[in-house]
Design a protein around this ligand. Structure first.
Ligand SMILES: C[S@@+](CC[C@H](N)C(=O)[O-])C[C@H]1O[C@@H](n2cnc3c(N)ncnc32)[C@H](O)[C@@H]1O
Length: 143
């Protein structure tokens, strides 16, 4: 991500878009349940929104600086921040009630890495768990 993109993802404007666009869609989707995984939280404005809708949230962020800053900001809350690659974060199998990724899939280098992420998400979800990605995100191969 370049500097301008990162600044936007931490801005009040992005927080407002998430409230008015992502949040209603999320509320209309299945209940997230009690133990949610977020992959690629970045500066964490999506994390702020998600953590109001579950009792426990784990956020896995690949970028060390972003992970460290988010862990410091959300220390003592219902969020655990892990600095790791979402394809291999060492999480337990069959644990999570839902997995989410917002505006991050297009940051992965190839369809193969996206497939690895989906395989990992399938492994860590409980039976009946749900997956949520936003309509702004893209899969490799999308037009
Ligand atoms: C565009 S930002 C989106 C941030 C946030 N979800 C939002 O919508 O405001 C994408 C984030 O995904 C992270 N990311 C990319 N690939 C990742 C991976 N394999 N595992 C974990 N995080 C990843 C990037 O470091 C970046 O912080």
């Amino acid at each position: 991500m370049n500097k301008a993109h990162l600044e936007f993802l931490a801005s009040p404007q992005w927080a407002q878009i998430l409230e008015t666009d992502l949040l209603p869609w999320l509320i209309g989707a299945a209940d997230l349940g009690d133990d949610v995984l977020e992959i690629g939280p970045g500066p964490g404005l999506t994390t702020d929104l998600l953590r109001r809708r579950t009792s426990r949230l784990t956020a896995v962020e690949y970028d060390r600086h972003l992970a460290t800053a988010l862990a410091a900001r959300l220390a003592g809350t219902n969020v655990d921040v892990i600095h790791a690659d979402g394809t291999d974060a060492g999480l337990a199998s069959n644990r999570f009630s839902a997995a989410t990724c917002f505006s991050m899939l297009h940051h992965m280098s190839s369809a193969a890495t996206q497939d690895r992420l989906f395989a990992e998400v399938y492994r860590i979800l409980r039976p009946g768990g749900s997956v949520h990605r936003d309509r702004l995100d893209r899969l490799a191969g999308d037009p």
